[in-house]
Design a protein around this ligand. Structure first.
Ligand SMILES: Nc1ncnc2c1ncn2[C@@H]1O[C@H](COP(=O)(O)OP(=O)(O)OP(=O)(O)O)[C@@H](O)[C@H]1O
Ligand SMILES: [Mg+2]
Length: 785
């Protein structure tokens, strides 16, 4: 037996060496699914299967790269270069370039990122004279994206009156027209957006049977990681390509399906056995990643979900440390706790920065963490967020490069036609757009043939337009001989971009210059790297493709010893020794957006499961009692997810009763009665103070007085709340006799005020809920009289 196979356990070995036929591996986090895929590819190659015939689809390009590297250490790099590996988008972009002419596209089509798509849609909304407050371009884009992912083309849209009706009900009767204009404009610009890469692949495979056959024969073996997060469009592609040989191996974990909001369909994994004949199902149960504590805690989380496949996950690893739960007063304190813990852990246990990851629900949460890390001089990197390639100066440079390859690219053209400023105003640009639409030509063509068109501009402007055309054409000539690095250097110099950012000498200008420098250095690396891993030349076209499809988790530059910051969504599939999961607060995680259905709450819970299972040795859960959100300090409740974890796996440094999740206090999301809820959700499992349990149970029965259900948070711990634009109660402006409104207790009258400063308390008689003494610093009070 090959030596590398001994690095698998028996359950893993079986699917690894199962060569033909459809198979699915459903298994929990950290059980070696990705490892099996990797080793399986190596094994197939050892068995003489040509790497040209193997297609492997991963969640990020980084994952594909790591797999490829691992495989090349087993089978040798010259062979592994020929594997087709990458994300759905990157693999099918390649195929679309080869087959572009069939769909009427040039093979050098541009890939519009969501910023380009958004700008184009905003422009169309404006050109159509629609109200931009009703037709919000982001929402319109989201809608178009969901049509595309459900394979609803423009024609299908207009054939289906229900769609039009739905959009009319949503006060956007012109949706279909925008969709149509958007598709036409992309087509004319030789551009595909992200969703097109899947939609057009589907179109290619359905409309051209000979093309389908070609790729069916080519990809005799197909492997898909993270199959639980495929959307309908991706599902159909995999289905079509694997139909002939049915050598398809998918791996996934239904408990980690977290992309429903982007159209991922968990049924793809649940129905796999129905889609193919004689499907072999494999399960892996042993987790190699995490300690017993983490594995068990994670199991206790996912246990709360009703919709799930039954799975066992256990580990032979050490018991490990308990999960630490930490409460902070503010998000700033939370950041400081994280930073100082990292600092101390590094000192005490000789750890590296790269042993730590900080995961959050939303990108906006990174700010307070970053501040704290900077103060401690802890190097960190943010994955995702505004990615490097989305920065203004980088997009400007890239737009020039895109124009060289595809002068029809309207969004790139609009971006740089007057940047750096060359005296071509918006009015001129608008005239070019109108004319281009009228002639059904590209803006570049109109500029090039300006004398033959109806565009009325003065001779000075005309010259400027012609100079711009000449500039781009001169770059095109250079592109025939120079590599991407040389070309970019030339472009940034001759266009004056460098000078433009340099001229004000502001720190911001300098930072932009440095970014451009980093971009150009990155090109040098790209040219070298491309030769090593992929046997290609590192042309401009290849570079642009890489940039367009860089997924947020791919960025991996600079000093590798850094703390990683990212959203939980991005962390899927990754692992870190120590993981902080921050912002565990109601309405943040679970997100406020998930409050409507059980399905949405269950998706949040899966997300929490993903987060916890990233940790190998130590997990931290942190929450703050108040947090700046949308520029306002709002108070927050600990997330129900904390109290859902079995207490024996936690080390809580917090007043435990604070952690109880009381569904009566949150919106009753399922319309369940309290007693019904208590059967399955947390109230019944209030574990932290058994003594109080009896009381609580009783309270839950008395539905009529929900106020009493409040498990009062220790008063001195409730956060500062400034609800309702309240006057600052620290100033003690409240006096006896004031009428106040409390978010939970309703209206009441202040009986007396005692104490001073931060310790000021008010005794308030509430209409319902009796008399209470509240620390003003933390009470949610609004003065109403
Ligand atoms: N048989 C094994 N022996 C030793 N280590 C293993 C074994 N199987 C897997 N591992 C290690 O366990 C960790 C988790 O494996 P892997 O990432 O493949 O799991 P996964 O099921 O893909 O997890 P996820 O669901 O999070 O994507 C990795 O570090 C991997 O190298
Ligand atoms: Mg994996």
């Amino acid at each position: 037996m090959e030596k590398y196979l001994s690095q698998l356990n028996e359950a893993q070995l079986e699917p690894t060496i199962q060569i033909g036929g459809p198979m699915i591996i459903i298994a929990g986090a950290g059980s070696g699914k990705t490892r099996v895929l990797t080793y399986r590819i190596a094994y197939l190659m050892h068995k003489g299967i040509d790497p040209f015939n193997i297609l492997s689809l991963t969640f990020t390009n980084k994952a594909a790269k790591e797999m490829k590297e691992r495989i090349s250490t087993i089978v040798g790099s010259s062979e592994s270069k020929n594997l087709w590996m990458g994300t759905f988008h990157s693999v099918f972009a390649k195929i679309l370039r080869i087959e572009a002419d069939k769909l009427g596209y040039p093979s050098n089509f541009t890939i519009y990122d969501s910023q380009d798509s958004g700008r184009l849609i905003a422009s169309i909304i404006k050109e159509m004279n629609l109200d931009k407050d009703i037709y919000k371009y982001k929402q319109v884009l989201g809608r178009i994206s969901s049509y595309k992912n459900s394979l609803i083309t423009v024609r299908a849209y207009f054939q289906n009156p229900e769609l039009k009706e739905a959009d009319t009900m949503a006060r956007r009767p012109r949706m279909g027209d925008i969709y149509k204009a958007y598709v036409e404009r992309c087509f004319k610009a030789g551009a595909m957006d992200f969703d097109d890469l899947l939609l057009k692949t589907n179109e290619l495979l359905t409309r051209f049977p000979e093309v389908l056959m070609k790729y069916q024969n080519r990809f005799k073996y197909i492997l898909v990681d993270e199959y639980q997060d495929t959307n309908h469009s991706q599902y159909l592609i995999v289905r079509a390509l694997s139909d002939k040989f049915q050598n398809i191996c998918v791996v996934g974990d239904d408990a980690q399906s977290i992309y429903a909001f982007r159209g991922a369909n968990i049924n793809n994994i649940l129905n796999f056995q129905k889609d193919y004949d004689d499907v072999k199902v494999f399960r892996l149960e042993q987790n190699y990643r995490s300690t017993k504590n983490i594995v068990n805690a994670a199991n206790s989380i996912i246990d709360k979900n009703q919709t799930k496949l039954d799975k066992v996950v256990w580990t032979a690893n050490d018991e490990g440390a308990k999960i630490k739960v930490n409460r902070s007063l503010t998000d700033g304190d939370e950041g400081r706790f994280v930073a100082s813990t990292i600092f101390e852990e590094k000192m005490n246990n000789q750890l590296h920065n790269s042993d730590f990851a900080i995961l959050y629900r939303t990108n906006a949460q990174s700010r307070s963490i970053e501040d704290a890390l900077r103060k401690r001089d802890i190097p960190y990197r943010i994955y995702g967020g505004t990615s490097f390639y989305q920065r203004k100066e980088i997009k400007d440079v890239i737009s020039y490069l895109r124009l060289i390859i595809n002068p029809a690219d309207e969004e790139a053209l609009k971006r740089v036609i007057n940047f750096p400023p060359r005296g071509i105003g918006q009015t001129t640009v608008d005239k070019l757009i109108v004319s281009a639409n009228g002639y059904n030509r590209t803006m570049f063509e109109v500029m090039k043939n300006i004398d033959k068109t109806n565009v009325k501009v003065n001779s000075g402007t005309k010259k400027k337009l012609q100079d711009f055309v000449t500039l781009i054409e001169s770059f095109q000539v250079l592109n025939q001989t120079a590599d991407v690095f040389e070309l970019a250097e030339h472009v940034t110099r001759t266009t004056g971009i460098i000078k433009e950012f340099n001229k004000d000498g502001t720190p911001e200008g300098v930072a932009r210059m440095e970014n451009i420098e980093e971009l150009i250095n990155g090109m040098k690396d790209f040219v070298e790297g491309q030769k090593e891993i992929a046997d290609t030349t590192g042309s401009l076209a290849e570079f642009l493709e890489d940039v367009a499809l860089a997924t947020d988790a791919d960025a991996d530059k600079g000093d590798p010893d850094h703390v990683a910051l990212m959203t939980i969504h991005l962390a899927k599939g990754l692992e870190f020794s120590n993981v902080f999961i921050v912002g565990l607060e109601e309405d943040l995680f679970p997100s406020a957006m998930s409050g409507n259905t059980r399905a949405e709450l269950e998706e949040e819970r899966r997300l929490f499961y993903v987060a916890v299972t990233r940790a190998e040795k130590q997990a931290y859960l942190t929450y703050a009692l108040s947090r700046y959100r949308w520029g306002k300090l709002v108070d927050s409740e600990p997330s129900r997810f904390i109290s859902e974890i079995d207490e024996q796996y936690l080390e809580i440094t917090t007043p435990k009763e604070e952690l109880r999740f009381n569904p009566m206090l949150s919106a009753d999301i399922f319309g369940d009665t309290p007693s019904a809820t208590s059967k399955k959700a947390s109230p019944n499992k209030i574990r932290f103070k058994p003594a109080k349990q009896a009381v609580l149970k009783k309270d839950f029965k008395s539905k009529k007085e929900p106020e009493k259900f409040k498990v009062t948070t220790p008063k001195n711990l409730k956060p500062v709340a400034k609800t309702g634009g309240n006057t600052n109660l620290f100033d003690n402006k409240l006096v006896a006799g004031n009428k106040v409104k409390h978010l939970r207790f309703g209206t009441g009258e202040v009986l007396k005020i005692e104490g001073a400063g931060a310790d000021t308390k008010a005794e308030i008689k509430f209409q319902h809920g009796g008399t209470k003494k509240l620390l003003l610093r933390f009470a949610k009070l609004e003065v109403i009289g």
